[in-house]
Design a protein around this ligand. Structure first.
Ligand code: NAP
Length: 305
């Protein structure tokens, strides 16, 4: 039986991974996150409290469970908070990854070669290409969060273990006891309450259903795939268009949405104007087949009921 260890298992992707892998009989799951387990279902897998910034904890948990695959979803993901708390961001997003790599390298010196699937972001790009990015495009991060993720990629790429980097783009979905929202739930919630919202029309993204991303990571793990993979939804559109689609899907009032420009938002972190991914490599190598945004909203709607 293969052991897959998930870091950041309380997060959006982490929870989807645990729930997807629980359906598999051939996988032993070790879920880990920095606090107590926040998943409603607690049977069928092991849970360990593990803060990736503490190397001794990573060592102790990895040595105890000897994972074949580690999927590293743990990260400081609030882009603006990373700008004001750079030290904390670096500790989690770079040093934490270094700890994982070092401990896996120690294990790789033994009889097995563990596989690391590390999560990264479209924000490693500056968004000035004007069309969706391929895996071989050059990163040029604009914010501290983006810099930290680009640095984490270098840590992984320099390592002596089997590694894959899965980059993704605004992930949406619902999980148990969520610590933070996402664009789809935020827009739906505000419009349902009749609140007016300003939404940018000058940022373009390919929204990613959390289940699709989890499936992509599991395909990487199953196939032992290495290298960089772009895993996003199939379609790229503006955030304004995305929010209009949310309004239309749940029959909410479009007139509450005011188009705006990024520079009026006073956000601490600079965002790339246009990302989106070409996902042909993942389709071809892995059989990755993400849902359209409309199909994704239908799946989310069922879950909300
Ligand atoms: N969500 C997106 O739109 C998006 C877009 C591009 C890339 N990504 C990347 O995809 C990955 C997963 O994102 P996500 O949306 O699942 O993020 P998330 O919901 O914020 O989950 C991250 C999890 O990591 C945990 N964590 C934070 N610091 C930790 C530490 N020191 N040790 C162990 N766990 C720690 C968090 O715990 P708490 O819940 O207790 O805070 C949280 O549960 C991240 O690497 C992110 O950079 C995400």
């Amino acid at each position: 039986m293969k052991t897959i260890l998930i870091t950041g298992s309380n997060g959006l992707l982490g929870q989807k991974l645990v729930y997807a892998l629980l359906k598999r009989k051939d996988i032993h799951i070790v879920a880990t996150s920095s606090g107590a387990n926040r998943l409603v279902i607690t049977d069928g897998y092991a849970y360990e409290t593990m803060d990736i910034t503490k190397k001794a904890e990573v060592e102790q948990v990895f040595m105890k469970h000897r994972p074949d695959v580690v999927i590293n979803t743990a990260a400081m993901t609030n882009v603006d908070a990373c700008e004001s708390k750079k030290g904390e961001c670096y500790e989690i997003n770079v040093i934490g990854v270094q700890h994982i790599v070092e401990v896996l390298e120690q294990m790789a010196a033994g009889e097995r070669r563990p596989h690391l699937v590390h999560l990264s972001t479209d924000f490693v790009f500056d968004g000035t290409k004007g069309s969706p990015y391929v895996e071989t495009d050059q990163p040029n991060p604009l914010s501290y969060y983006a810099f930290s993720k680009a640095e984490s990629e270098k840590v992984v790429q320099k390592s002596k273990i089997n590694w894959a980097i899965a980059r993704t783009i605004i992930v949406y979905g619902i999980v148990d006891n969520m610590s933070r929202s996402n664009i789809v739930l935020w827009a739906k919630d505000a419009l349902t309450k009749g609140q007016s919202i300003n939404v940018v029309d000058d940022q373009f993204r390919a929204p990613t259903l959390a289940e699709d991303l989890a499936e992509g990571c599991i395909l990487i793990a199953d196939k032992g795939a290495t290298g960089i993979y772009h895993l996003s939804g199939p379609d790229t559109f503006s955030i304004l268009e995305l929010v209009y689609k949310v309004a239309d899907f749940w029959k909410l009032d479009r007139s509450l949405i005011t188009p705006s420009k990024s520079d009026t938002l006073n956000q601490a972190a600079k965002r790339p104007p246009y990302t989106g991914f070409i996902i042909d490599k993942a389709r071809k190598d892995l059989g990755y087949a993400p849902h359209s945004f409309e199909e994704g909203l239908k799946i989310l709607d069922q879950q909300l009921k």
